[in-house]
Every structure is written in structure tokens, then in C-alpha cells.
Design a protein around this ligand. Structure first.
Ligand SMILES: [Cu+2]
Length: 122
């Protein structure tokens, strides 16, 4: 459950508390189709939060607020947002459970992990 405390960055304070508690995972916004959309910021040469946990079918959107371009690139090369200039975002949908470590292609010291869990739960 590493990193869960970092998932509360946004959401609360926007009137989403009830929906979030129903979702069972903090920091997740439920979409119309029952999946969640999770946001990761890129600022000061770091992913924020570095670790996110989602369910199969959910998507993660990275938004770059740095002046420098960044990417979110899977370590195994399976997915890649491509170059995100300042203000740009890239979304990846995760269809299989597992841990997906990633980095920035421009700044390989920038690292993060997306953990994808099955929907059957527990
Ligand atoms: Cu970067």
C-alpha cells in the first residue's frame, strides 16, 4: 500500500468526499463508465505523487507544469505519454494488473510507479 497517503493531493475540498469514500480508494475521481481518472502532476522535476494505485480500466493523466518538457515513459517501453511541454497532458489507460514503473525520458532520475489492481478486489 506504499504511497497511498500521497493520493490525497486533490479531490477533497471540491465536494467529492462522498464519491471518493464510495470509490474505496482515496484521490480517485469516478468517471461515467465506472472507471477512475487519476491525475499526476509533473512539477520541479518530479512526479506528484510518485506512486498511484488504480484499478484495471482506469486511466492516469500526467500534466506538466514545469518549463522543461517531460515524459512519463514505462521502464519496459510498453507505454509512453510522449513529450509533454508545459501545460500539456498525456493520458494512459491501464488494462492489466501489475506494477508499472516509469521515468522521464529527458530526466531519467525522475521516477514513478503506477500500481494497477484487479477490480474483483481484496
Ligand atoms: Cu523530465
Amino acid at each position: 500500500m506504499r504511497g497511498l497517503t500521497h493520493l490525497t493531493r486533490r479531490g477533497f475540498g471540491r465536494g467529492l468526499g462522498a464519491a471518493l469514500s464510495l470509490a474505496g480508494l482515496p484521490g480517485l475521481v469516478r468517471a461515467h463508465d465506472g472507471t477512475h481518472k487519476v491525475e499526476v502532476g509533473i512539477a520541479r522535476f518530479a512526479f506528484d505523487p510518485e506512486t498511484v494505485e488504480v484499478l484495471v480500466g482506469d486511466s492516469v493523466t500526467w500534466t506538466n507544469t514545469d518549463l522543461a518538457p517531460h515524459t512519463a515513459t514505462a521502464e519496459d517501453g510498453a507505454w509512453d505519454t510522449g513529450t509533454l511541454e508545459r501545460g500539456a497532458n498525456g493520458r494512459i489507460t491501464f488494462d492489466a494488473p501489475g506494477d508499472y514503473p516509469y521515468y522521464c525520458a529527458y530526466h531519467p532520475h525522475m521516477k514513478g510507479i503506477v500500481t494497477v489492481r484487479t477490480r474483483s478486489g481484496a
